[in-house]
Design a protein around this ligand. Structure first.
Ligand code: PLP
Length: 430
């Protein structure tokens, strides 16, 4: 195919694959295999020495996963990607690829709870410090940075507050100080392109919108190829110092002939090799099926969400609606600066009658599923105060943006009238 810049709708169907060399199959095949036959002893040796690229073992690479990686890298405007077993594995690798014991990274406080635990507890056990700062003030990232800071981390569209992260503001501070920004873009695929705003790395839980059908857990890390790791010198010892696990290879030098892919190659050939959180080929294949219709689905998700927001905004039992489309001030400015083609499909609202109303709303839903997930083609709902945030005190909940009557909706792609009718009948019972 020519190098002409293709649109996302086209890339989602074509990037990374034309047809299978043997059977000529048009659909991406599932390579459900653990290992690959080497052509000769020399071929095997070259693959292990990274003198030649090719398949060795599915813990490290797989042709089906490779299509998903290439497709997402193309959609995101990155240079290469790494598929892993889950979004959690993606966040783990994204950080561990730069941080060692004694190092720190600065992260937004507005995070998915699983990521929060990983950063605050598991990384702490490894001697890596997560420095949590308020994303409302981009300068807080600068203040928390020292010479052991290896990266910044944030979510584009974190719930429950749904305040879009100041991507360019923080990426610019990072570039001034030589610190790369890693963005978790799980809630905003296609409608936000963090690399265009200065982020260096993008990660996803592909479990959500990208897979889109609630069938397969998966994660992806995309290397923007736009960060000068070599210039960072001592700030990036994992990339600029000899790696004892690879005959002393210095990744920024060893990978140079292949392009600006030192970060992602190192994640694959050391972290994925050693930790083994590989994506199953079947899950990669399922995720590809989802990805092929992502542009259509995101449009419908966002359109439906806008209609639900309008309905809730006019409902007498609703105190407040939370969605980037109806924010004001700086939050709205950021939403408009960083989201394009929709404001996302996560919608929060607060019921006037608090906790009991929240629980009875959830119990009265007939079409919307009650699950702790987002980004499914089906519409989903949860009442955080009695579930995901129930271990917190009311004060802690309030800080996280969860009031007793707060309900989180993940609006799907059913007909908007049917979604609204179900919400309306559930509201009539609470
Ligand atoms: N990042 C975000 C924003 C999420 O919402 C989630 C899961 O809910 C994750 C990461 C973790 O992804 P996974 O469940 O695929 O491990």
């Amino acid at each position: 195919m020519s190098d002409k810049k293709l649109h996302p709708e086209t890339l989602a169907l074509h990037a990374g694959y034309r047809n299978d060399e043997t059977a000529k199959s048009v659909a991406v095949p599932i390579h459900q295999t653990t290992s690959y036959q080497f052509d000769s002893a020399e071929h095997a040796a070259n693959l292990f020495a990274l003198k030649e690229f090719g398949n060795i073992y599915t813990r490290i690479m797989n042709p089906t996963t490779d299509v998903l990686e290439q497709r997402l890298a193309a959609l995101e405007g990155g240079v290469a990607a790494l598929g892993v077993a889950s979004g959690q594995a993606a966040a783990t690798f994204a950080i561990l690829n730069l941080c060692q014991a004694g190092d720190n990274f600065v992260t937004s406080t507005d995070l998915y709870g699983g990521t929060w635990n990983l950063f605050a507890n598991t990384f702490k056990q490894m001697g890596i410090e997560a420095r949590f700062v308020d994303p409302a003030d981009p300068e807080s990232f600068r203040s928390a940075t020292d010479d052991k800071t290896r990266c910044y981390f944030a979510e584009t569209l974190p719930n429950p507050k749904l305040n879009v992260f100041p991507i360019k503001e923080v990426a610019d501070i990072g570039r001034e100080l030589g610190v790369p920004l890693i963005m978790d873009n799980t809630a905003a695929p296609l409608i936000c392109r963090p690399l265009e705003h200065g982020a260096a790395i993008v990660m996803y839980s592909t479990t959500k919108y990208i897979g889109g059908h609630g069938t397969s857990i998966g994660g992806m890390i995309i290397d923007g190829g736009n960060f000068d790791w070599e210039a960072g010198g001592d700030r990036f010892p994992t990339l600029n110092q000899p790696d004892p696990s690879y005959h002393g290879a210095v990744w920024t030098e060893a990978v140079k002939p292949l392009g600006p892919i030192a970060y992602i190659i190192r994640a694959r050939v050391t972290l994925l090799r050693d930790i083994g959180a590989a994506e199953s080929p079947f899950n990669a294949w399922q995720t590809i099926q989802g990805l092929e219709t992502l542009p259509l689905r995101m449009r419908q998700h966002c359109e439906n969400a806008n209609k639900v927001v309008e309905f809730l905004n006019n409902h007498p039992k609703v105190e407040n609606v939370i969605h980037p489309s109806i924010q004001d001030g700086e939050a709205k400015r950021r939403a408009d600066a960083y989201l394009d083609g929709g404001y996302g499909a996560l919608v929060g609202f607060e019921l006037k009658d608090g906790l009991d109303a929240g629980r009875s709303f959830i119990d009265s839903l007939e079409l919307l599923y009650h699950v702790a997930n987002i980004g499914d083609a089906r519409s989903l709902a949860i009442h955080p105060a009695s579930t995901t945030h129930s271990q917190m005190t009311e004060e802690e909940q309030a800080k996280a943006g969860v009031t007793p009557g707060y309900v989180r909706l993940s609006i799907g792609i059913e007909h908007a009238d049917d979604i609204i009718a179900d919400i309306e009948q559930a509201l009539s019972k609470c």
